[in-house]
Design a protein around this ligand. Structure first.
Ligand code: ZN
Length: 129
């Protein structure tokens, strides 16, 4: 699976975003270690019930039994659009340190930055098991 393929799927998902309030569309493609891809877009709702593209994609994967994640691509705006705090915490509970987060941005999505969850959420909240 090439990163370009994930970007294409994330952009397709972005087109499905339901954003009547912010008009800010985000698309995500999550790649599992066995090569399956789960896409997501943000879905807004009046009040506090909106859900981000990242949590939509992960929820789809998790609800289908996926447990091992390799990477994700996020496409948002021309400016760098990193996951929000809710999503960083959410994602941190399901990925390992080698999980790659690619943020695609720029004019025509021609720029890319790579992060780990540790970089985006250092000292994340974890319950001891
Ligand atoms: Zn979020």
């Amino acid at each position: 699976m090439k990163i370009e393929d994930l970007i294409k799927i994330a952009i397709e998902a972005q087109n499905n975003a339901y954003v009547p309030y912010s008009h800010f569309k985000v698309g995500v493609a999550v790649l599992s270690k066995n090569g399956k891809i789960y896409s997501g877009c943000n879905i807004e709702n009046h009040g506090i019930m909106s859900i981000c593209a990242e949590r939509v994609a992960f929820s789809k994967a998790l609800s289908e039994g996926e447990k091992d994640f390799k990477a994700m691509v996020v496409v948002g705006a021309e400016e760098l659009t990193t996951p929000c705090g809710y999503c960083r915490q959410f994602i941190s509970e399901f990925v390992e340190k080698d999980f790659k987060i690619y943020i695609v941005y720029g004019e025509k999505f021609n720029k890319i930055k790579e992060y780990t969850i540790e970089e985006l959420l250092p000292c994340s909240f974890k319950l001891k098991h």
